[in-house]
Design a protein around this ligand. Structure first.
Ligand code: SAM
Length: 262
């Protein structure tokens, strides 16, 4: 399922993602330092906030930032306007077919929006130079399970049930074992995959609702007419916050892997 993102809202609200991106890059590149002249790809760049962190380490390098969303691509192009190191292209990673090859592919908070990880990993492997690295993080097994349960309960409500008839979840929260197998089948080696929890609290139900509506529930909201979106998000946020501080129960799947050297 594809839906369009609100890039302006995402830019304001997706602070947790920038922190996770910084942590991922710090950990991975601490082990595999960059020289600074590498060719990198950011696979699912969004508005480019994590791409920016990568660029801080690539003084003489280049980044191809790709994203499927027209709104995200427009925002990333505006962000990097005038920076000759960056090219931003609108592409579906499942159809990725680039002429050049990369030393590094970085991806944050994107793979769980993509249904076919076997195909995705084959496409990414082909886009890496021999010896090139994949450094990625996305939602993994158990990610936002409480949000999912709250949304499912609201979807069953008679007000919305018919809207969600035949609806399929846009999320693909894979586990470490199956992800390792898929990466190896796609030709990667030195594969390391692990989960970690990132429970993310919000100050109020309204704050939580604004966040969920922009960052988490886009695939659900695509099934609803405009007038129904806000009440739906409010109902999910209300359920989630009932009886305590609103928290989004994030679980991140971390991926490090290498294309074998020739
Ligand atoms: C939550 S955002 C993450 C953006 C950024 N990496 C970050 O960490 O803030 C997920 C992004 O994945 C993109 N995306 C989802 N499926 C994609 C696909 N098949 N090909 C390319 N981009 C995709 C979306 O358009 C969206 O910009």
């Amino acid at each position: 399922m594809t839906f369009e993102w609100d890039a302006d809202e995402y830019e304001v609200l997706a602070a947790p993602h920038v922190g996770w991106g910084a942590g991922l890059l710090g950990g991975a590149l601490g082990r595999w330092p960059l020289v600074g002249d590498e060719a990198a790809m950011d696979a699912g760049c969004g508005t480019g906030r994590v791409t920016e962190l990568l660029l801080e380490r690539l003084a003489r390098g280049t980044v191809l930032a790709v994203d499927q969303s027209a709104a995200m691509v427009e925002a990333a192009r505006a962000r990097f306007d005038g920076d000759g190191r960056v090219r931003v292209e609108r592409r579906d990673l499942l159809e990725l077919d680039v002429e050049e090859q990369f030393d590094l592919i970085l991806s944050t908070a994107t793979f769980h929006w993509i249904p076919d990880h076997d195909r995705l990993f084959r496409r990414l492997a082909r886009a890496l130079k021999p010896g090139g690295r994949l450094v990625a993080q996305c939602g993994g097994a158990g990610n936002v399970a409480r949000v999912e349960a709250a949304a499912e309960a609201v979807m069953r409500d008679s007000r919305w049930r018919a809207r969600f008839a035949g609806w399929e979840s846009p999320w693909n929260f894979a586990g470490p074992g199956q992800t390792e197998e898929r990466l190896e089948a796609a030709g990667f080696e030195k594969v390391e995959v692990w989960l970690h929890e990132e429970p993310t609290p919000f100050g109020s139900v309204d704050e939580l609702a604004r966040y969920l509506g922009t960052v988490v529930l886009g695939g659900h909201l695509a099934a609803l007419p405009a007038a129904e979106k806000e009440p739906f998000v409010a109902a999910v946020a209300g359920r989630l916050a009932a009886g305590g501080q609103p928290v989004v129960d994030y679980v991140r799947l971390n991926i490090l892997a290498r294309r074998p050297a020739a």
